[in-house]
Design a protein around this ligand. Structure first.
Ligand SMILES: [Zn+2]
Length: 141
């Protein structure tokens, strides 16, 4: 479940989207969780001035980093997401933390999505940090 950051052209926010898989992230249409805008630009390298952080991000892309990730095990996904946020050294926000906690408690991403519809958009009640959403692929009708 990769997380990518985007810049929304409609509202100008930096937003984070959680995807179920890397292929979903490539195929899907990123939708701003803040305003529903579809003109999002993926932020590929926002830390290119910090060498050490860059190499840490390289580590995140290293398949061995994903070695113990079982995408069918919510707890494994939760541990991985927590590890990733720690590697980034960045607080990704209350919603992100809640998703991680739910995953670690064994809830499936589908259940979390149902119980936290605000992840899919609507009113955000925090103004700092990044907004967080779950990406969806809408071409599989
Ligand atoms: Zn937006």
């Amino acid at each position: 479940m990769p997380i990518y950051e985007y810049r929304c052209h409609s509202c100008g926010r930096r937003v984070s989207l959680l995807w179920r898989s890397f292929s979903d992230a490539e195929r899907g249409t990123p939708i701003c969780p803040r305003c529903g805008g579809r003109e999002l630009t993926r932020l590929v390298s926002r830390v290119n001035t910090v060498r050490s952080e860059e190499s840490r991000l390289d580590d995140l892309a290293d398949p061995s980093f994903l070695g113990d990730l079982d995408e069918n095990d919510p707890r494994s996904i939760g541990r991985w997401m927590r590890k990733m946020s720690q590697e980034l050294g960045e607080d990704l926000g209350d919603e992100f933390n809640e998703v991680v906690e739910r995953l670690e408690a064994g809830q499936s991403p589908e259940e979390i999505e149902k119980e936290m519809p605000e992840l899919m958009g609507g009113e955000g009640d925090f103004d700092s940090g990044s907004d967080f959403g779950i990406g969806s692929v809408d071409d599989d009708l």
